[in-house]
Write a protein that binds this ligand. Structure first.
Ligand code: GFB
Length: 315
C-alpha cells in the first residue's frame, strides 16, 4: 500500500493546546500541509452538532485525534464521570463527523492503561480485553477502549481508514505541573525543583515507589503518530513506547539528579500505587520502521528546561 502523504492537504489536530497535540503541530510544520486547529472558545468537542458543523465547514483531509481529558492517577480516581463522559463524547463526535464529511485518514490516540492490570509483560496489542482493568483509571481506560472500537467499527462498516495508537506514559514541553492532577514525571520535576529553591530537606513520592512505568518524550510520540499516519492502515491498534521501564523510586532519583536536588526522598503511603507494571511491547511499531530517538535522561533534561522556561511554578 502506498504511503499516505500530507502535502497540500488540510490536517486537523484536535487538542492542539494539549501536550501531545502541540507536539504534533510542531512535528507537522515541515510536512507542507495546512494545519487546522480549533480552540475551546471556538469549538466544544463534546457538542455533537458543533463538531459536525465545524467539520462540514473546514473539511479536513486528515485528523489527529489528540483531544482528551487527561490526568494522573489521583485525577483519574477522583473524577471518574469526567474522564468517562468527556472522552466518550469527544472521540464519538469527531469520529462520526470524520466519517460523515469524508476524512481520508484519522489517527485516534489512546493510552497504555487500556490493558488489564495484570497483563503479561511486555504487553502486546492482543492483550486488550483479556482481563480486569486497574480500578484507579478504569473510567478513562473504558473510554479509550471505546475509541479503538469506534475506529475499528467505522473501518469495518464504512471502509474508513481510521487507525489507533496507544502511547505509554508521556512527558515533555507543555505538560501539566499541577500537583493534584498531573502525572508522576511533571510532579517529580516540580517537587524537586521547588525543594531545591526553598532549601527543603526532602521531597515526597506518592505510594511505595515500587510500580514500574515506561516513559516516552512527547516529541517521540508525535513523530510516531506522523509515521503511523503515513505507513499504517489496519484495524489493530499500535503500541507507542520506548520498550524500557524503571521503578518510580528510580525515576525520582534520576529527576533529583537532573534537577540537582540532593535531599531525601520520602513516601506518602496514603496515595495509590496503581498498576504494578505497564511496559508495552514495541515489536509492532518497530516492525513498521519506527523507534524513539530521545533517551530518558536527555528527555527529562529537556522537560526540566521547558518547565524553567515557562516560568516554573513556585509556591
Ligand atoms: O503518572 P501517574 O499519575 O499515573 O502515576 P499512572 C504513576 C505512578 O507514580 C503511581 C506514582 O504509582 C503513583 O503513585 N507517583 C509518585 C506519583 N509520586 C507521584 C506524584 O507526585 N504524582 C503522581 N501523579 N504520581 C495514569 C492513568 O496512570 O497513567 C491514566 O491514571 C493514564 O489513565 C496515564 O493512562 C498515562 O501511570 O498510574
Amino acid at each position: 500500500m502506498a504511503a499516505y502523504t500530507f502535502s497540500d492537504k488540510r490536517i486537523f489536530v484536535a487538542g492542539h493546546r494539549g501536550m501531545v497535540g502541540s507536539a504534533i503541530v510542531r512535528r507537522m510544520a515541515s510536512e507542507g500541509c495546512e494545519i487546522l486547529t480549533a480552540g475551546r472558545d471556538q469549538l466544544d468537542l463534546k457538542n455533537q452538532a458543533a463538531v459536525a458543523t465545524w467539520m462540514e465547514k473546514n473539511r479536513p483531509h486528515c485528523v489527529f485525534l489528540a483531544a482528551a481529558k487527561v490526568g494522573g492517577i489521583l485525577a483519574n480516581d477522583s473524577y471518574p464521570a469526567d474522564f468517562l463522559y468527556d472522552n466518550l463524547m469527544i472521540e464519538a463526535n469527531i469520529i462520526e463527523a470524520a466519517h460523515r464529511f469524508d476524512v481520508e485518514k484519522l489517527l485516534f490516540l489512546g493510552s497504555s492503561c487500556i490493558y488489564p492490570k495484570f497483563a503479561a509483560q511486555p504487553i502486546h496489542e492482543d492483550a486488550l480485553l483479556t482481563g480486569p482493568l486497574e480500578p484507579t483509571n478504569e473510567w478513562y481506560a473504558i473510554a479509550k477502549i471505546a475509541g479503538i472500537k469506534l475506529a475499528q467499527a467505522y473501518r469495518k462498516q464504512h471502509g474508513r481508514d481510521f487507525i489507533s495508537a496507544m502511547p505509554t506514559n508521556l512527558y515533555g514541553p507543555g505538560d501539566n505541573f499541577d500537583l493534584n492532577s498531573s502525572h508522576v514525571m511533571p510532579a517529580l520535576i516540580r517537587k524537586a525543583h521547588e525543594a531545591k529553591m526553598h532549601g527543603d530537606l526532602q521531597i515526597t513520592v506518592w505510594g511505595t515507589g515500587t510500580p514500574r512505568r515506561e516513559f516516552l518524550h512527547v516529541d517521540d510520540c508525535a513523530d510516531a503518530c506522523v509515521h503511523l499516519m503515513k505507513v499504517y492502515s489496519d484495524d489493530r491498534h499500535v503500541n507507542v513506547g520506548s520498550g524500557e521501564d524503571l521503578t518510580i523510586l528510580e525515576l525520582a532519583h534520576l529527576v533529583c539528579a537532573i534537577v540537582n536536588f540532593e535531599g531525601e526522598i520520602v513516601h506518602d503511603f496514603s496515595k495509590p500505587d496503581g498498576t504494578p507494571r505497564k511496559l508495552m511491547s514495541a515489536d509492532l511499531i518497530k516492525s513498521l520502521g519506527w523507534k524513539p530517538r530521545i533517551g530518558l535522561r536527555e528527555g527529562i533534561e529537556n522537560a526540566y528546561a521547558s518547565f524553567l522556561h515557562s516560568g516554573g511554578l513556585t509556591r
